[in-house]
Design a protein around this ligand. Structure first.
Ligand code: GLC
Length: 584
C-alpha cells in the first residue's frame, strides 16, 4: 500500500502508540530499539493501524522515560541511529503506515547542551535566559523563589552550584529536577523548536504529538502566588479558565502553535499535530483548531468508569466540541501514563478512585494497595476493555491505541520498588507508585528470554502470566483479543464514513446504541445481563452472542438493513443491572 497523500488522513485514523524502549529489542540489550520496531512492521501492518506514534527515542538519561531529552535531533545510541530511524520510516511508509513522533517542548533534560552551558555561564548570562533561573528568597537566597510543587512531587525549584562553587540561583522544573523548563519568551528557544520540527518533517515524519502542550509560556513577572492559590498542580486550568494561571494554559501559548501551524502547512500533505493538553474542556478547542495544532487529546473516556450514562455524555460533549473547533474527536483508553484499561475495568469502585487531574488517575489507589493481581477481576476487566474498545473504534474521529492493549494485556501492578524507574515513585517517596506497570516490555512468545522481546532480558521485570498474553499464543486463535483488534481495525477501514453519529433508543439505560450515517450500528451492553440486538447483519462482537442476544459487558457491530432511527424490539434485560462488581 502506498502512503496516502490525503491531507485529512488523520481525522479518523487509528493511531498505535509505541513506547520504543518496551516494544521489541533487536540488538538484545534489554532495551527496545528502532530496528526492533522495523522488524515488527509486518505485525503492525497485519494489525491494521493507520499510523504509529512513537514516544521519545531521543538521547536521554531516562530520568523520565525519555521525556527528558538531551538532543532533539538525534536518536538515543542505546536504541539506534538516524539511519535506523530512516529505515523504520521507510518500512512503515511502504505499508501505508504514517509516523507521528513526540515533541517535548516544555523542558529539556539537564544534560542538554544548552542547560550545561547555562550552568557554566552563570547568572545574568544569555545562556541562562534559555531556561527559567531566579535568585532565591531569604537573606542568602537559600529559599526557593516560591513554594511550588512539581507535578511528580517535591519542590518545583532546584538550586544550582555556580561556576565558582558557591550556592547559587534556582531553576524551575514543573516535572523532575532533571527536566528544566525552557523560557519560551526567548526567541532563540522558539527558533530552535522550529528547526527541530523541520528536521523531522524533512525526514518524512507525518505528524507530532506535543507533550504538555498547555505549559510552555509562563508569567513569572510579579510576586509568585503560593502553591495553595494555584489549585491542584497538573490539572491544567482547574479554576483558571481565563488563562490567568502562571504556567498552565496561558493564552500566549497559542501564538507558538500558530507559528508551528504555518510550518506544518508548508509540507504536502501538511504535517499534523495532536496536543496533550490537560485543560478545562472549554479551552481545549483552541489547541485543536486548524490555526493551531489541529487536534487535542480528550482523556474523558480514559478517566471514566464503565458506565453507559457517563460514556454517552462524554461522547456527545466531545463530538459537539470537535464540531466547534473544526478538529476531529480523539478517543483513548490507555497510554504510557495510566493503568491499562483491561485492569482498570476489573477493579472494584473502592480501588479505582478517579479523582481528576494528571496525578489522580484511575487505578492509582489499587497500585498504592500493592497492585496485586488477585485484587483485579481480570476476566471482567478484559470483557469490559474489549467492549469499550470496540465501541471506541466505531466512534467518529481518531482512536489512539497503546501497545499491548491489542493483547488484552494487564497492568503489572506489583513491580518491586528496586526495579521501578518512574520518577513519580521516587519524588513522591512512594505516595505515587508510578507508571512502570504499563511500560513493561511486550510478550511476543510464550517462552524464551523475555518472552521474545529480546535476547537479553527486559529492562522492567515481566511476570510469568505474560506468557498467556503473548502474540504467538493469540495469533490465529479465534476469539483472542489480538484477532478481535485485527478484525475490528480491518472492518473499521471498510465501514469508515462521515464524522457523525445518531443515538438509537434502546429502552434500557445500560445499553447504548448509535448509528453512523451509512447504517453501521454499534450496541454496547454495560449491564451484566444479556440484551437483545436490533435487526441487521452482525459483523463483529467483542464476546460470543448468547442465543442471539448480546451478553453483559459486550459490544456488537451491526449493519442495519433499514435506516430507521430506533432500535425496535429491544425489551429491557430481565434483571436490573447490578452494582459495579469486581474482586475486593
Ligand atoms: C507528559 C508525558 C509523560 C511525561 C510528562 C513530562 O505528560 O505523557 O509521560 O512524564 O509529560 O514530560
Amino acid at each position: 500500500m502506498s502512503i496516502s497523500q490525503d491531507p485529512n488522513w488523520w481525522r479518523q485514523a487509528a493511531v498505535y502508540q509505541i513506547y520504543p524502549r518496551s516494544f521489541a529489542d533487536a540488538d538484545g540489550n534489554g532495551i527496545g530499539d528502532l530496528q526492533g520496531i522495523t522488524s515488527r512492521v509486518p505485525y503492525l501492518n497485519e494489525l491494521g493501524i493507520d499510523a504509529v506514534w512513537l514516544s521519545p527515542f531521543y538521547p536521554s538519561a531516562l530520568a523520565d522515560g525519555g521525556y527528558d531529552v538531551d538532543d532533539y535531533r538525534e536518536v538515543d545510541p542505546k536504541i539506534g541511529t538516524l539511519e535506523d530511524f530512516d529505515e523504520m520510516v521507510a518500512a512503515l511508509h511502504a505499508e501505508g503506515i504514517k509516523v507521528v513522533v513526540d515533541i517535548v517542548p516544555n523542558h529539556s533534560s539537564d544534560r542538554h547542551e544548552w542547560f550545561r552551558q547555562a550552568l557554566a555561564a552563570g547568572p545574568g548570562s544569555p545562556e541562562r535566559e534559555r531556561y527559567i533561573f531566579r535568585d532565591g528568597l531569604g537573606e542568602h537566597g537559600e529559599l526557593p523563589p516560591s513554594d511550588w510543587e512539581s507535578v511528580f512531587g517535591g519542590p518545583a525549584w532546584e538550586r544550582v552550584t555556580e561556576p565558582d562553587g558557591s550556592p547559587g540561583q534556582w531553576y524551575l522544573h514543573l516535572f523532575a529536577k532533571e527536566q528544566p523548563d525552557f523560557n519560551w519568551d526567548n526567541p532563540e528557544v522558539r527558533e530552535d523548536f522550529l528547526t527541530t520540527l523541520r528536521f523531522w518533517s524533512d525526514r518524512g515524519v507525518d505528524g507530532f504529538r506535543i507533550d504538555v502542550a498547555h505549559a510552555l509560556t509562563k508569567n513569572l513577572e510579579e510576586t509568585l502566588p503560593k502553591q495553595a492559590e494555584l489549585g491542584q498542580l497538573g490539572t491544567g486550568a482547574d479554576g483558571f479558565i481565563d488563562g490567568s494561571h502562571p504556567y498552565w494554559d496561558r493564552d500566549e501559548v497559542h501564538e507558538i502553535y500558530a507559528q508551528w501551524r504555518k510550518l506544518f502547512d508548508e509540507y504536502d500533505p501538511p504535517r499534523t499535530a495532536v496536543a496533550e493538553a490537560w485543560v478545562h474542556p472549554e479551552r481545549r478547542a483552541r489547541y485543536a483548531s486548524p490555526e493551531g495544532l489541529g487536534q487535542a487529546f480528550n482523556f474523558d473516556l480514559l478517566m471514566a468508569e464503565f458506565d453507559a450514562g457517563k460514556f454517552q455524555q462524554i461522547i456527545t460533549k466531545n463530538l459537539t466540541e470537535a464540531e466547534t473547533s473544526g478538529a476531529s474527536s480523539t478517543w483513548v483508553f490507555s497510554n504510557h501514563d495510566v493503568v491499562r484499561h483491561a485492569t482498570r475495568f476489573g477493579l472494584s469502585d473502592s480501588t479505582v478512585t478517579p479523582e481528576h487531574g494528571n496525578n489522580g488517575k484511575p487505578g492509582n489507589a489499587w497500585l498504592l494497595n500493592g497492585g496485586h493481581r488477585e485484587d483485579v477481576d481480570v476476566d471482567l476487566g478484559l470483557r469490559r476493555a474489549r467492549a469499550a474498545t470496540l465501541l471506541m473504534l466505531a466512534l467518529p474521529g481518531s482512536s489512539y491505541l497503546y501497545q499491548g492493549e491489542e493483547l488484552g494485556l494487564q497492568e503489572v501492578g506489583d513491580i518491586p520498588a528496586e526495579a521501578r524507574q518512574d520518577p513519580t515513585f521516587f519524588r513522591s517517596r512512594g505516595a505515587e507508585i508510578g507508571r512502570d506497570g504499563c511500560r513493561v516490555p511486550l510478550p511476543w512468545t510464550s517462552a524464551g528470554s523475555s518472552f521474545g522481546f529480546g535476547e537479553d532480558g527486559a529492562h522492567l521485570p515481566q511476570p510469568g502470566w505474560f506468557a498467556d498474553y503473548a502474540v504467538e499464543v493469540q495469533e490465529g486463535q479465534q476469539g483472542s483479543t489480538l484477532e478481535l483488534y485485527r478484525a475490528a481495525l480491518r472492518l473499521r477501514r471498510e465501514l469508515q464514513t462521515e464524522e457523525s453519529l445518531e443515538w438509537l433508543k434502546t429502552g434500557h439505560k445500560d445499553v447504548l446504541a448509535f448509528m453512523r450515517p451509512n447504517g453501521w450500528v454499534t450496541v454496547t451492553n454495560f449491564s451484566d445481563v444479556k440484551a437483545p440486538l436490533p435487526a441487521g447483519e452482525v459483523l463483529l462482537t467483542s464476546a460470543e452472542l448468547n442465543d442471539g442476544m448480546l451478553p453483559g459487558a459486550a459490544t456488537a457491530w451491526i449493519r442495519r438493513t433499514s435506516l430507521d432511527a430506533t432500535v425496535t424490539g429491544m425489551p429491557e434485560p430481565r434483571q436490573r443491572s447490578p452494582k459495579r462488581s469486581g474482586a475486593q
